[in-house]
Every structure is written in C-alpha cells, then in structure tokens.
Design a protein around this ligand. Structure first.
Ligand code: NAD
Ligand code: MG
Length: 381
C-alpha cells in the first residue's frame, strides 16, 4: 500500500493520476488539492473517500467546506499545510506554475517522495529543490514524459559513462513557421497541439518552445548534467521521449505512443512499473521517426531558457515568472504570440540576478519579475 497526495488534482495530469489510482488498489489517495474549481475536486474526494482537501482559491474552499462540512484548507499556505498533514508516501505535484514551489519544498520536508509534474518549481527553485531532495533522502520522480524517459534510460548507468542527454520536442503546432507568420497566431491556433492533450499553460509553452527550455533546465537539475551536454531535438511524432548517449557510442531511447499515464504511473508505482492500459505502439503498422534541429530564431524562448539556465541563480526563476505572465496575457488576447519571448527577454535584461539562497528570495524574485512583465504588457496586477 502506498499513500498518495495529489496537488492540482482537477487538472490534466491530476485527473489522469486519479485514473491510475483507480486501477491500482496498492495506491490510496489521502489528500487532494486544487486551484479554484471545487466541483471536480469534491467529486474526486467522494470517489476516493478523501477528507483532507485544499483549494488555493478562498471562495472555492469556503463553498467546498459548506457543501461537505469538512475543514477545507485554503490559499497557497493551505496547500502546503495539506502536504504536511497528509504525511503521504508520495506527493504528486501537478500544480501549474511557480505557485507549486512551496508545495514542492513542503513535500520533501515532510519526508514524502515527490512525483514532480510541476516543472516550474524545479526551474525556479533549482539547487534549493535538489538540496532538499538530498537532505530528505527521498526520491524525486519526474512526471514530465521526457524526464521520466531519461530517468529510465539512465537507470543503473555510472555517471562517468554518460556523454549527453537528448530531449525531444514535438515542435508544437507551428513547427516550420517563420517569425513573420507567428506574429498573428491566435490562442485557439496555439492551443491545437498536434500530439499531446494538456493544460492550457503547458500547451502554449509547447507552441513557443518555452516548454522545452523549461525542460532543459529541469533536466540539468534532475540529472546533474551540464547545459552543453543536453541536446534538444525536434521529433514531430512524439514517440521517442528521451535519449541518453553513452561514451561507447550507444544511444539508448525510451519509445512509446504519447500518453502521460505512462510516466505518471511509473512515478507513482516506482520501482514496480504497474500495468497500464495505455495504447501500445504497433510495430507492424507503418510509422516513421523524424528528427531535426529546433529553429531557435523563430522560437526564441528556447535560447532564452538555455541562457537563463547557464546564468543560473535567480535567472531561471525570472524567465519562468515573466513567461507565466506573458502566456496568461496571450491567452487573454492582450498580447501577440511573439511578445511572449520579447517580454521574457526584456524582463531578464531588466532584472538584477542573484545567486540562489532561499525560497523567500526566489518568491521575491518571482514577484518582481511578474511586476516587470505586467508593466511591459500593460496588465493590471
Ligand atoms: P492544468 O492547468 O490542467 O491543471 C493545473 C492544476 O493546478 C489544476 O488542478 C488547478 O486547479 C491547479 N492549480 C492552479 N493553481 C494552483 C495553486 N495555486 N494551488 C493549487 N493548485 C493550483 O495543468 P496540467 O497540464 O495538468 O499541468 C500541470 C503541471 O504539469 C504543469 O507544470 C505542466 O507543465 C506539467 N506537465 C503537464 C503535462 C500534461 O500532459 N498536461 C505534461 C508534462 C508536464
Ligand atoms: Mg514534457
């Protein structure tokens, strides 16, 4: 029996995780947290018999408490408190955005394993998160498909035998487009991802290639590999999820149809590799695997992320915060697609970058970067 707390339970990853739990009696949900939608959270709580609940939105928490008579925790601190009280074997952090950072730290401090979908917390918190993993002696299990793949490619290999990591990118809906054509794309076009069905923020990040930039930083922290040794390659079919090159010339790949239930299940049931009903790749049917270098001229976010990662300190936090504001602004129809990269670039240039010292400092850098981004985009706070 393994107890699980799911943060971001009403989202794309959270609901697929609940599906995995439903199929596996060895997993038991003990706590559920969401953002602002109480109805799906309460439905999941009823199905799984969960009484420890949190909603980041205070109004939603109040409504959920009134409906159930339970003490529903609220606010970002409510989510952190839920992690502490849950004392779960594994916390799945599937919150979107740097809002998940404190919960990531709380899970490790509570002595739980951390199944991490919330890549933004690792990007923003970097070495603070990896230091907390070491101090806790618990596992950090990536739920991002590329990183779950890499973890499996690397399993058991001595680090000195590794040459480099390869992360694949679908290229998103605008693969092959020029910057000129990208200037006028609309949110519905950007939300039409060719191979993955995901939450809106990560879908826009996939269209700008910022997602791959965040994943590059994520891979650096997860696997302790230097940036020049992490390649990004566009692979439109999303069948090869990650690859590791070794010094003897071997290239080990993790292959399968795109389905997030596979990495979610791997993280929640590690090292048991519980069975899933994910569709299998049919090797008798015709298919091809194509690879090409990313176009970092039209898709500037990837290069900006690589620079921020290499700069280190608070740079990735600033990159991420500016991106979150710009993506929300794009989705609200307040700015164009190319302004996402422009905003990130400008906010990085305007920010005073510091070496990482504490979570409080990261949260402050995140707030300042959001203000700068909002000022540039003319978005009210
Ligand atoms: P989503 O928008 O579908 O869901 C986000 C969840 O977080 C929702 O339950 C929402 O209510 C909750 N939430 C938002 N703000 C919160 C807060 N302050 N406190 C607590 N909960 C909050 O997003 P998603 O697509 O499931 O993505 C979640 C994370 O997983 C992101 O970091 C994303 O990059 C990563 N990820 C997602 C996928 C995917 O297939 N969806 C794949 C790889 C990685
Ligand atoms: Mg990914």
């Amino acid at each position: 029996m393994r107890t699980v707390a799911i943060l971001g339970a009403t989202g794309s990853i959270g609901s697929q995780a609940l599906e995995i739990v439903r199929d596996h009696p060895q997993l038991r949900v003990v706590a559920l947290a969401g953002g602002s939608r109480e109805a799906p959270l309460l439905a999941a709580a009823r199905e799984h018999g969960v009484k420890l609940l949190a909603l980041a939105d205070a109004g939603a928490a109040q409504r959920a408490a009134a409906e159930t008579g339970l003490d529903v925790l609220s606010g970002d601190q409510g989510v952190v408190e839920l992690v502490r009280r849950a004392d779960a074997d594994v916390v799945l952090n599937a919150v979107v955005g740097a809002a998940g950072l404190e919960a990531t730290m709380a899970a490790l401090q509570a002595g739980s394993d951390l199944a991490l979908a919330n890549k933004e917390s690792l990007v923003a918190g970097g070495e603070l998160v990896t230091a907390a993993v070491r101090a806790s002696g618990r596992m950090l299990l990536p739920v991002d498909s590329e990183h779950s793949a890499l973890q499996q490619c690397l399993a058991g290999a001595p680090s000195e035998t590794l040459e480099s990591l390869v992360i694949t990118a679908s290229g998103g809906p605008f693969r092959g487009w020029t910057a000129e054509r990208l200037a006028d794309v609309t949110p519905p076009q950007a939300l039409a991802h060719p191979t993955w069905s995901m939450g809106t923020k990560v879908t826009i990040d996939s269209a700008t290639l910022m997602n791959k930039g965040l994943e590059l930083i994520e891979a650096h922290h997860l696997f302790g590999v230097d940036y020049p040794d992490i390649e990004v390659v566009v692979h439109p079919q999303s069948i090869v999820h990650g690859m590791a090159r070794f010094r003897d010339g071997a290239l080990i790949a993790h292959v399968g149809l795109p389905d997030m239930r596979v990495p979610i299940s791997y993280a929640l049931t590690y090292p048991d590799r519980a069975a899933t009903s994910a569709p299998r790749l049919d090797l008798a049917a015709p298919f091809s695997l194509d690879f090409q270098p990313p176009d970092t001229t039209a898709f500037r976010c990837l290069g900006l992320a690589r620079q921020a990662g290499q700069a280190g300190g608070t740079a990735p936090c600033v990159l991420n915060a500016a991106n979150e504001v710009a993506v929300a602004s794009f989705l609200a129809g307040r700015c164009g697609f190319l302004q996402i990269a422009d905003t990130v670039d400008a906010v990085l240039a305007e920010s005073e970058l510091e070496p990482l010292q504490s979570v409080e400092q990261v949260l402050a850098a995140d707030r300042r970067a959001r203000e700068l981004a909002r000022d540039r985009l003319g978005v009210p706070a």
